[in-house]
Write a protein that binds this ligand. Structure first.
Ligand code: PGA
Length: 249
């Protein structure tokens, strides 16, 4: 059985008091033990969140990191800095990082390899733009994103990988892939992993769906065979909505 996972990507939201309030609200809920729950605050709120969630079943993740170990990278954060704040999970490849901050398949390959070497868990995001889907290029595009960043990893590194398929046209737009579209792509992704590695490895990788997941659509999306949870943006900023999504399995 694969891990069921719900991760909240807070993006550039929640300063110190807002983080305090949201975490307080989240901590009032009992987290079911068959779902792994993550929240990804901004860098400046990581320590605060780790401290606050000590002893609680919610894991803190970062939203990004640099591939380099240290050095002249003004404004950047390394894996050892994250680990130093007791953060052992990082989101990499989010579409906003790709589109707004110039991250590419090649630069992500370096980040992935650096995070793996540091022993971190990675929530690796990828997905097509609307124009690519309209031109029926979405499968090829997703295959390329996966292959270039991940397919040179040794099999055992996949214990550290969680995938998050996020069609760009569904992120923050209110438009969601239909459960059928999500299942079709997730099955395709799993098949690519099986082709590159083997069936057993492919069967163990959790593949999350992301893009306008909310309490009203989570159940149907999560019921798809190859969908193992969600990466949640907007709806993760409200404790009730986020917990309704966690409980949608
Ligand atoms: P959304 O964002 O849920 O607000 O669409 C998802 C994401 O960006 O990970």
């Amino acid at each position: 059985m694969r891990n069921q996972i719900v991760a909240g990507n807070w993006k550039m939201n929640n300063n110190t008091p807002e983080t305090e309030l949201l975490l307080d609200n989240l901590m009032q809920h009992v987290i079911r033990d068959d779902v792994s729950v993550y929240v990804a605050p901004a860098f400046t709120q990581l320590s605060q969140s780790v401290e606050k969630l000590k002893g609680h079943a919610i894991t803190v993740a970062a939203q990004n990191m640099n591939a380099a170990a240290s050095g002249a990278h003004t404004g950047e954060i390394s894996s050892s800095m994250l680990i130093g704040t007791e953060v052992h999970t990082v989101i990499l490849g989010h579409s906003e990082r790709r589109s707004l901050y110039g991250e590419t398949n090649d630069s992500l390959k370096l980040k992935v390899s650096s995070a793996i070497d540091a022993g971190m868990k990675i929530i690796f995001c990828f997905g097509e733009e609307l124009s690519e889907r309209k031109e029926n290029k979405h499968f090829d595009l997703v295959k390329k994103q996966l292959a270039s960043a991940l397919f040179e990893l040794p099999s055992d590194a996949w214990n550290q990988i969680i995938l998050a398929y996020e069609p760009v046209w569904a992120i923050g737009t209110g438009e969601t892939a239909s459960p059928k579209q999500a299942q079709e792509m997730h099955a395709f992704i799993r098949q690519q992993i099986e082709n590159q590695y083997d069936k057993s490895l492919a069967d163990h990788v959790s593949i999350l769906y992301g893009g306008s997941v909310k309490p009203s659509n989570a159940k149907e999306i999560f019921s798809m065979t190859d969908v193992d949870g969600g990466l949640i943006g907007g709806a993760s900023l409200k404790a009730e909505d986020f917990m309704d999504i966690v409980n949608a399995f």
